[in-house]
Write a protein that binds this ligand. Structure first.
Ligand SMILES: Cc1cc2nc3c(=O)[nH]c(=O)nc-3n(C[C@H](O)[C@H](O)[C@H](O)COP(=O)(O)O)c2cc1C
Ligand code: SF4
Length: 461
């Protein structure tokens, strides 16, 4: 398990009795620089405050009573009494909500695939496996507001006609799982879960499933396997698309935890309200880490400027490179970060919004070492089913280590490029392709550093 910030792993868990907003006042981050784009309360959907990373493990959840005071479960009431399942699906479709689990897939479209399957039984799975380096948003959402997740998952299950939903949470999030268990008990006690809904004979219930806390366990078919009691190993697609061959062979929606947390707000306030936020795409929680002073979790309208977010984070030195959407997408050089953080702009720049993990490298960073860090991580996390993945990534890591140790040869760079080309896209899942895209981008933009390592037979940093 690797995260870019050591602090969070070293932090002592000290649970304060304060609620999220009180915690945030004591641990504030600077507001987004640049005045006019400063967050207003209308531009915040999921959190009450931005949070320094160091403070994450001291956040405690808002109570059931406070959640209700803020309009909690009104979306669910509206769904079962007025909108019905088709109405919830229609609002989510009109909102244009896209998945926050990495690929940005339109949520309502994913639901449509499952709805089009002729099956009495369907399942909802909420993906809170979160173990990608530099990504902490789902943990923050779980800690700060578990009822928001419970309501969102109940809404998603209701919309797709699922009677059971699984909240699949990183098994290392021990305290967060306790917070979630309490929220589920409260939701059952107040009749939102486990009881017949609005005249029908059945209701919806949600269950917690623990992931083994590895990166690969978050891949959706690996998730299904773990919930069924198997190993965290992805399955080949086709044919194993969750919408068709999902949990226990039944049509299944797998949505990211942050995606699901948006649902209560969209259903309660409507699609037009949502489309007025973040250039029509809502907000996203960006996990900002790396060579900056203010590492933290920032909920920002999608479309906020990447360079503005980084400036707010207060870089430790001139910025050399940034992963704008986590380390399984392409890196961008420091002179190309004047971009809006949205799905299309980052795709056009050759990268992706991914999970919103913005990782900053200063001019003092060695990019060969950065390549070793991430390629090595993916090599270690490979589940070992596909030889191009586990052998290819292991070989790439060894060549990179050789270059870093001052033993590189002229042909090594060509060998890295050839190997990347040979293995990309040849695994059952995206782990391999993501790893290669990241490495290829580092080599593309910082080739000179690799050459210098080889020519000088040492690391110049
Ligand atoms: C190696 C790997 C790890 C993944 N880990 C996660 C994860 O921890 N959480 C998550 O939501 N999605 C993860 N995904 C993406 C899921 O497979 C899936 O696309 C996502 O949960 C769908 O949610 P969304 O449609 O709401 O974005 C991972 C994918 C891969 C290839
Ligand atoms: S690509 Fe890698 S991680 Fe994915 S299934 Fe194959 S071996 Fe496992």
């Amino acid at each position: 398990m690797m995260k870019t910030s050591a602090n969070i792993l070293r932090s002592t868990v000290s649970v304060s009795t304060n609620q999220c907003d009180a915690d945030c006042k004591g641990n504030s981050l600077p507001p987004l620089l640049g005045g006019e784009q400063e967050m207003s309360s209308q531009q915040r959907i999921l959190t009450q405050c931005d949070l320094p990373l160091d403070a994450l493990l001291s956040v405690t959840p808002i109570s059931y009573q406070d959640y209700i005071k803020q309009g909690g479960y009104q979306g669910f009431e509206k769904a079962i009494h007025t909108l019905k399942s088709t109405g919830v699906h229609a609002i989510v479709e009109q909102s244009g909500l896209r998945g926050r689990g990495g690929a940005g897939f339109p949520t309502a479209k994913k639901w449509s695939f499952v709805l089009s399957q002729k099956s009495e039984i369907r399942y909802l799975c909420c993906n809170g496996a979160e173990d990608e380096p530099g990504t902490f948003k789902d943990r923050y959402l779980l800690r700060s507001n578990p009822h928001q997740l419970v309501e969102g998952a109940a809404l998603a299950a209701f919309a797709i006609g699922a009677k059971e939903g699984y909240l699949y949470i990183n098994g290392g999030f021990t305290e967060e799982i306790q917070f979630l268990e309490k929220a589920l008990d409260e939701a059952r006690a107040h009749g939102y879960l486990g009881r017949p809904l609005n005249g029908s004979k059945t209701g919806i219930d949600l269950y917690i499933a623990k992931s083994p806390g590895t990166y690969i366990a978050g891949e959706e078919t690996a998730l299904l396997s773990v919930i069924e009691g198997g190993l965290a190993k992805p399955k080949q697609k086709p044919p194993y698309y969750p919408a068709i061959h999902g949990l226990y062979g039944k049509p299944t929606v797998v949505n990211n935890l942050e995606t699901i947390c948006n649902l209560p707000h969209i259903v309660r306030n409507g699609a037009d309200w949502y489309k007025r936020i973040g250039a029509g795409s809502g907000t996203m929680i960006f996990s900002l880490t790396g060579d900056i002073h203010n590492e933290g979790l920032y909920e920002l309208p999608i479309g906020t400027s990447l360079s503005q977010l980084i400036e707010t984070g207060s870089p430790q030195a001139k910025v050399k490179a940034v992963f704008p959407g986590g380390p399984s997408n392409a890196i961008l050089p420091g002179d190309q970060i004047n971009l809006p953080l949205d799905f299309d702009s980052l795709k056009a720049a050759g990268s992706a919004l991914g999970t919103g993990a913005v990782i900053v490298f200063s001019e003092k960073s060695c990019m060969v070492k950065a390549a070793i860090t991430y390629t090595g991580f993916f090599a270690r996390e490979s589940c070992g089913q596909c030889p191009p993945c586990y052998l290819g990534l292991e070989n790439l890591t060894k060549i990179l280590q050789k270059i870093d140790a001052g033993k590189g040869e002229v042909d090594d760079i060509k060998q890295i490029e050839q190997l990347c080309g040979m293995i990309k896209g040849r695994g059952y899942c995206y782990l391999l392709t993501g790893a290669v895209l990241a490495l290829e981008s580092i080599l593309r933009y910082f080739r000179e550093e690799f050459v210098t390592h080889i020519q000088e037979q040492k690391c110049p940093f």
